[in-house]
Design a protein around this ligand. Sequence first.
Ligand code: PHE
Length: 443
Amino acid sequence: MSISTERAAWGSRLGFIFAAVGSAVGLGAIWKFPYVMGQNGGGAFLLVYFGCVMLIGIALLLAEMLLGRMSQRTATSAFRVLKGGAWPIVGMFQVLALYIIVSFYVVVGGWTLAYLVSALGGSVIPDSSDQAAGRFTAVISNPTQAIAYTLGFLALTAAVVIGGVEKGIERFSKFLMPALFILMLILMARVLTLPNAIEGLLYYITPDFSKITGQVLIDALGLTFFSLSLGCGMIVAYGSYLTQSHRLVSTSLWVALLASLSGLMAALIILPAVFAFGMNPNEGPGLTFITMPVIFGQMPFGDVFAVAFFALLLFAALTSAVSLLEGIVGYCMDDWRWSRAKASWLICAAVFALSIPNALSFGVWSAPLLGDKTFFDIMDYVAVNILMPAGGFAVAVFIGWVIWPKVRIELAEECNPLWQQVFRWICAVLAPVVIAVIWYTNL
Ligand code: PHE
């Protein structure tokens, strides 16, 4: 971001695309996507997920970018500037979502850091899949270690946020994100040529519509929001640094495409491997971390690939965590007039506090608190399946009904009247209806 005008702005058009893709592509794709798909039984889940991305995800990305650019503000004050009334409250819930998400995101970021450290030490490749699972449990259940790695990851994130976003994100994303994609392609090629991998995969992704339960719907909806960084004001915050010269429609398409594709690629690495090694797709949050080392064990130079993979995953996780934190920091700077440094420090302290019970949910506090859910599961569910879709619902209604005349003018240069109408229809009707129906099936 160059600080030449009163408000910082993205250095270049590509800079914004990279930052938005960097925010979207992260642990959501590589950690969450495979295990949520694994828990929800394959093909039918994929269809619902891609349906949600195409039908509402892309339009909501555009809606949030518009909100940021038109107001030049982050979540709450964006609503205040454009309309006022009770609308800024929506922004507060979005900031709450960001806070909850970042506090469990740093825990998983910490696992990534731990795996990178053991890959660097050459000790990440297990003798068997059972040993891989045992090691994962050992890493995450030791309280001191889990908290220390969480803190380590949070410190890295904070360092980028305090230093300003440009140095960390715009510069490195340009080559590290493509490197991650290339590595994933190599891994996919390796896994799909393992014995039984393709058979397992085909069986798995052939859609079985009887498997579409309320749970599948809500998980697919949540994953749509999580993987595209939607519904929590974060895209609004990044959009607030946009100038009129940026093309938003194509940017939304790129972000949606790259984020959903990288999730799919990760699933096409992890799940076939799970079948080839006779592991359990229903493993839950540990799935990626347990499966990947077993895959590296099947590759020449597995140790080198392991280091590259966990290093790139760490980078991808960092760009996302930075955006989560930046969304909250931006809010405190806009609404409370805090300096960047003050906001960053105080928020990091608050995030660290909430990350502790999340980190301990896999060890000393692993007893379920509500139904079969641990503290971590509850935080995940509340933020991803409830708060994010609620935020998206509100943004859609706001754009489609409340400020539509202004939005239409804003869009006049970028898209023709037909697409404007399609966009409006999605915001005003389709997105709210889809979200409401999915919620309803879960009540
Ligand atoms: N989309 C990010 C990921 O997939 C997570 C995220 C959610 C980031 C919301 C910012 C806001 O890892």
